[in-house]
Each structure stands twice: as structure tokens, then as C-alpha cells.
Design a binder for this molecule. Structure first.
Ligand code: C2E
Ligand code: MG
Ligand code: MG
Ligand code: MG
Length: 278
């Protein structure tokens, strides 16, 4: 039997809708001023080389604090994309991260990885922004990785491949982020010829229940195609050990460190180095 919708159900629904629309409007409004109000900052999460135990790169992850509340990127990035704010915000992240990474003194071999959303990558001036940022910061192109998600390949795969090639022509490396979650297939890795594949954290989380097929298959294919592999969302020693035994090259996750502000990163690295030398 179908449940009749009561008046109070409708009221609850309307309240929830109104609240979510209000919030979205508040965020949209806030985003238009977030940079100017200096509410944004970039954090960095280290990625560990599983062979050497050293930091091989750090991923820049954007943070936004609005009226004391940290708004998750998964909530505000889509709004910034819909409203075009992503271009200014994305350029700022790139500038900020390249500037900071140029000054990393703890290890001068560490690469920098920056997330770029679909509309950013598809925008005509993306290459200019990148070239200008690299030039102004002095950060070497070959140490910069651009992370894109597989949703980029849904609309126009040929155009997406062109964009990747253009980045690689500048010597920038391209990473496929969140691999395995969307419409990706292993053959996609072959057609796009990117440099790094990041296995989504969902697959790492389900390892304990015996779910390693996707990880193994990705690792195998990546090796064939000359990609390097990063496992995201490594939270335990057991996961790290299992991934290392599967031959996964790099590991990222709370087991090693959460994303940190620049000052914390330097301190964390000092402790991590001391730990490793014991
Ligand atoms: P992502 O690029 O896949 O980044 C990884 C996310 O996983 C980050 O969430 C990170 O904090 C989180 N994470 C790292 N280690 C662990 C772990 O061990 N366990 C768990 N459960 N999570 C872990 P965050 O910082 O909230 O970012 C979410 C997404 O927002 C990112 O996913 C990325 O797609 C997007 N994003 C973040 N910063 C930027 C940016 O500057 N530009 C663009 N376009 N997108 C960004
Ligand atoms: Mg990423
Ligand atoms: Mg990811
Ligand atoms: Mg993601």
C-alpha cells in the first residue's frame, strides 16, 4: 500500500528544501568574496614513496572558512564551478601552491600536485595561467602535477586528450584522480596517456573485506602503460603493508598525515624524518 503524503511531510520537505537553497545562496554569495576576505587557504598532504619511505610529493587541498565554519571542498567546489568563481579561485590555488612549494626547504625533490576541475581545464586561458604561474613562482614545470577526475572524459574525450597533451608539452605531469569511481575503464588509461593514476580511497577502504581486484587490475595495467600509481586514503598500517606488497608505488592518507598548512608541514616532516632514522 502506498503511504499517503501528509501535510506535515510536505512541510518538513519544504523546510529542508528552503534550508538547502538558503545555504547554497549563502555559499554562492560568500564565494564571490572569499578570496578578497582572505577566508581561503591551502593545505598540503604528503604522498609517500613506498620504496624509500620519503615524501615524493604533496597534494594541495583548498580550505574555506566562512564565519568560523570550514566548508568542505566537495560542497563549495561544485558551487564555484556553476558560478564561474572556480577560475579565480583555481588560479589563486595554483599561484599560492607554486609559490609555497618553491620554498620547501625540507626536501628539494618533492613534487607538487594541484587539483583542477573540468571547467578550469576546459577554459581557454588555462595554459596561459599555468605558464604565467610557473614563470612568476619559479617552480619547475616537471615537478608540477595536475590532478583531474575522470568526469573530464565524459563529454568530449578527444578534447580532453588534447588538453592533457598540451599540459604534457609544458612538461607538467597529469594525474587521473579518484580512479575507478566514475565511468573510467582500464582502457581509458591507455587512450589518455596520462602520467599518474590515483586509486580512489573507496577501494582502499574495502580492502579489509577482500576487495583488492580493482587495485590489482589498476596496478597491473598501470605498470604496462608506464603510469605510476598512488593509493589514496591509506588509514592503517595494515592497508599500507598490503598495498606495498602489491607493488603500489606511492601512498597517501591519514596513516601518514592529514593535509596541513605550510608551517605544520615543515614540522611534520622533521618528526617524520627523525622517526624514519630510528
Ligand atoms: P581529492 O583530490 O580526491 O582529495 C583527496 C581527499 O581525501 C581530500 O579531501 C583529503 O583530505 C581526503 N583524504 C586524504 N587522506 C584521507 C584518508 O586517509 N581518509 C579519508 N577518509 N580521506 C582522506 P578534501 O580536502 O575534503 O577534498 C575533497 C575534494 O575536493 C578533493 O578530492 C578534490 O576533488 C576537491 N578539491 C580540493 N581542493 C581543490 C582545489 O584546489 N581545486 C579543485 N578544483 N578541487 C579541489
Ligand atoms: Mg586530488
Ligand atoms: Mg581523490
Ligand atoms: Mg575526490
Amino acid at each position: 500500500a502506498q503511504k499517503q503524503t501528509s501535510k506535515s511531510d510536505v512541510r518538513v520537505f519544504n523546510d529542508v528544501m528552503r534550508e538547502s537553497i538558503n545555504r547554497e545562496n549563502r555559499l554562492k554569495d560568500g564565494l564571490s568574496r572569499a578570496l578578497q576576505m582572505q577566508q581561503m587557504y591551502v593545505t598540503y598532504q604528503p604522498v609517500i614513496d613506498s620504496q624509500t619511505g620519503q615524501v615524493c610529493f604533496c597534494e594541495a587541498l583548498l580550505r574555506w572558512k566562512l564565519d568560523g565554519e570550514l566548508i568542505p571542498p566537495n560542497e563549495f567546489i561544485p558551487i564555484a564551478e556553476q558560478n564561474g568563481f572556480i577560475h579565480d579561485i583555481g588560479s589563486w590555488v595554483l599561484q599560492q601552491a607554486c609559490k609555497v612549494a618553491t620554498k620547501w626547504t625540507f626536501d628539494n625533490t618533492v613534487n607538487l600536485s594541484v587539483n583542477v576541475s573540468v571547467s578550469q581545464l576546459m577554459h581557454n586561458n588555462m595554459l596561459d595561467v599555468l605558464e604565467k604561474t610557473l614563470k612568476e613562482s619559479g617552480f619547475p614545470a616537471e615537478k608540477l602535477h595536475i590532478e583531474i577526475t575522470e568526469s573530464i572524459f565524459v563529454e568530449d574525450i578527444q578534447l580532453a586528450i588534447q588538453k592533457i597533451k598540451a599540459l604534457q608539452k609544458l612538461k607538467i605531469k597529469v594525474s587521473v584522480d579518484d580512479f575507478g569511481t566514475g565511468f573510467s575503464s582500464l582502457s581509458l588509461l591507455q587512450s589518455i596517456a596520462a602520467d599518474v593514476v590515483k586509486i580512489d580511497k573507496n577501494f582502499i577502504a574495502s580492502m579489509a573485506e577482500g576487495g583488492t581486484a580493482v587495485i590489482q587490475a589498476t596496478q597491473h595495467m598501470a605498470k604496462e602503460l608506464g603510469y605510476s600509481v598512488v593509493a589514496e586514503g591509506v588509514e592503517t598500517k595494515a592497508q599500507a603493508d598490503a598495498l606495498i606488497s602489491m607493488g603500489i608505488q606511492s601512498l597517501q592518507g591519514y596513516y601518514y598525515s592529514k593535509p596541513m598548512r605550510q608551517e605544520e608541514l615543515e614540522n611534520w616532516h622533521e618528526l617524520y624524518r627523525q622517526d624514519a632514522s630510528k
